[in-house]
Design a protein around this ligand. Structure first.
Ligand SMILES: Nc1nc2c(ncn2[C@@H]2O[C@H](COP(=O)(O)OP(=O)(O)OP(=O)(O)O)[C@@H](O)[C@H]2O)c(=O)[nH]1
Ligand SMILES: [Mg+2]
Length: 224
């Protein structure tokens, strides 16, 4: 594509072509497998060794839900203890949350309630799923009852990023919940945000028209 004033960056183009655009966040302690789950879903791959995520990674994924084009932004963060809690911008305008624990480390399950409290402080209404990861290491856990998701009325998935069990199912269902939340939400702040988004988009379009008009003007020698 010609690199001129008329060209729109590819990602932005994709964003505006999609019928719906949702943001899904991922929470949980360090090393529970948040990044590996994303890797498994998005590139159908898994590399056993990798450094812990530094601060934030954003993954983009395009799909269709009920024959509508949907662009998903997955936000992945390092859940390291030193961060303790996430920056509010992480939660800002999220439409669903994937909360992960590691079935081989009890403390990561216990800490779910802290993550959940913080999530609800910023996003009281969004759909949230609980994910028990690493079941390949201990298949027996799938027979056990987990109180936390039951008490909170949250769907729970037993998954393994290592062998792929239930990973696609969990992500696809979460995306559907995010889209449905965005479409049906009566959340007042979401309405305000949507208005602002449209306003920003209109402004951008106006700006890009202005740039185009300026772009075709030959440069006047006096201005040099
Ligand atoms: N056995 C097994 N190990 C896994 C699985 N998923 C992740 N791991 C291992 O757990 C470790 C941590 O995985 P990550 O995906 O980096 O964890 P994370 O939650 O992103 O960690 P932070 O980025 O520090 O927050 C890695 O060594 C993975 O290989 C799984 O399903 N089964
Ligand atoms: Mg990570």
């Amino acid at each position: 594509m010609a690199d001129d004033a008329n060209s729109i960056p590819e990602l932005d183009q994709e964003k505006y072509d999609a019928d719906e655009h949702v943001k899904i966040i991922c929470l949980g302690d360090s090393a529970v497998g948040k990044s590996k789950l994303m890797e498994r879903f998005l590139i159908d791959g898994y590399r056993p060794q990798q450094l812990s995520t530094y601060a934030l990674t954003l993954y983009k994924y395009s799909t269709t839900v009920n024959s509508k084009a949907v662009l998903v932004d997955f936000w992945d963060t390092a859940g390291q203890e030193r961060f303790q809690s996430m920056h509010p911008s992480y939660y800002h305008k999220a439409h669903a949350c994937i909360m992960v624990f590691d079935v081989t480390r009890k403390i990561t399950y216990k800490n779910l309630s802290n993550w959940y409290l913080e999530l609800r402080e910023y996003r009281p209404e969004i759909p949230c799923v609980v994910v028990a990861n690493k079941i390949d290491a201990d298949m027996k856990v799938t027979q056990r009852n987990f109180n936390f998701p039951r008490k909170q009325g949250l769907p729970m998935y037993f998954v393994s990023a290592a062998d792929g069990t239930n990973v696609v199912k969990m992500f696809k269902e979460t995306i559907k919940m995010a889209v449905s939340y965005k479409q049906n939400s009566t959340d007042f702040m979401d309405d305000v945000m949507r208005e602002l988004e449209n306003f920003e988009l209109e402004q951008k379009n106006e700006e890009s028209l202005e740039t185009t008009e300026e772009g075709v003007k030959p440069e006047s020698p006096e201005s040099v």
